[in-house]
Design a protein around this ligand. Structure first.
Ligand code: FAD
Length: 307
């Protein structure tokens, strides 16, 4: 219930104003967000890339403004040029949200998002790296997968995300387990109805394992995005059972979450990628992170009470 309330708050303008105007929250925000500009993102990418891989996310989502979608494309072109200049193209890629690129526009949203993401894919190819398309709430899944399929014709390395909490996802994993596919499997971060998603934690975890089996036994490149160490152990076991070499799959975690586990996995020679968000539009991303662990919320409420 708490998680649902925080996800609802992530879309509330009033809560946004309150949270953004509470300076005491800044240290908690900084734990999850690399900084407000491209320099901060590049600095963190350099630090992490000593032992880990990186995916950079320019924060922003749900735009209904075509000009803002255009600015998002430019922000990605800028960061991709910097990755190339700094020799980071082999260690860092980018993650994009289609709702920041025009998907939700009332007229031609899918086409605009496809064209915009294509321009980011071109810049990524020029920088020697790839793009992964994040997955948002379930009403966008079909549109997102359609756009990813279209992008993969010219940019076969384009990755996407499948969410284990959705009942459809095991079948989607089978569809996307072919050669060259890059699928990030996560549990899912939105508040979804019982008609579309498992709502019980144990059901979500069971679905995650079923999806992992499909991906690990497929011909693509599974990206195991979770901080759940039990699922990480299972993923390693399934990869070994499928005869996978260590460079044929990777683990992924969010910036600021379980950094010691990240280091341990990287130290054992496993491929470990960190999702690093940066930018000024941190509010919805931050609220989703708060809902994922009760301790995060305790710090948050203490800071709000002291304002
Ligand atoms: P949980 O059971 O939630 O967590 C396991 C343990 O990890 C917790 O007990 C806690 O100790 C720790 N932990 C987890 N989250 C936090 C946190 N925020 N703060 C502190 N500790 C925490 N979701 C989408 O819907 N779409 C996406 O495109 C997407 N991309 C993602 C990319 C990456 C690289 C990762 C790691 C996650 C992504 N997610 C995405 C979020 C994901 O769906 C989950 O909401 C999130 O990862 C928490 O689930 P979990 O697997 O870590 O398991």
């Amino acid at each position: 219930m708490l998680r649902s309330a925080l996800i609802a708050a992530s879309r509330s303008a009033g809560c946004r104003t309150l949270v953004e105007r509470t300076p005491l929250l800044r240290p908690i925000v900084d734990r999850f967000v690399a900084g407000s500009d491209v320099d901060a993102a590049i600095r963190i990418a350099h630090e992490l890339s000593r032992d880990r891989l990186v995916t950079l996310d320019h924060l922003g989502e749900d735009t209904l403004d075509r000009g803002q979608a255009e600015q998002t494309v430019e922000a990605y072109r800028t960061v991709l040029a910097r990755l190339a200049d700094e020799g980071l193209g082999g260690r860092a890629e980018v993650s994009v949200k289609l709702s920041a690129l025009g998907q939700a526009l009332p007229v031609d949203g899918d086409k605009i998002a496809l064209d915009n993401t294509r321009r980011i894919c071109e810049a990524a190819a020029a920088a020697g790296t790839t793009v992964t398309v994040d997955m948002e709430d379930h009403t966008t899944t079909d549109s997102t997968l359609g756009i990813v399929r279209a992008l993969r014709v010219d940019f076969p390395g384009t990755g996407t995300v499948l969410q284990a909490y959705l009942k459809r996802t095991e079948a989607d994993c089978a569809d996307f387990a072919g050669p060259g596919s890059r699928i990030r499997l996560c549990k899912g971060a939105y508040d979804e109805p019982a008609s579309a998603a498992y709502r019980d934690r144990s059901e979500v975890d069971a679905s995650y394992v079923r999806c992992l089996k499909v991906l690990m036994n497929g011909q693509g490149y599974p990206m195991v995005a979770t901080h759940d160490t039990r699922l990480i152990d299972i993923a390693e076991h399934l990869a070994a059972e499928a005869g996978r070499a260590r460079d044929t799959y990777e683990f992924q975690m969010l910036y600021g979450v379980r950094p010691q586990v990240q280091e341990q996995l990287a130290g054992r020679g496993l491929r470990m990628r960190v999702y690093v968000p940066y930018g000024t539009e941190w509010y919805p991303y931050f609220m989703r992170r708060l809902g994922e662990r009760p301790a995060n919320l305790t710090f948050f409420l203490q800071a709000l009470a002291r304002r």
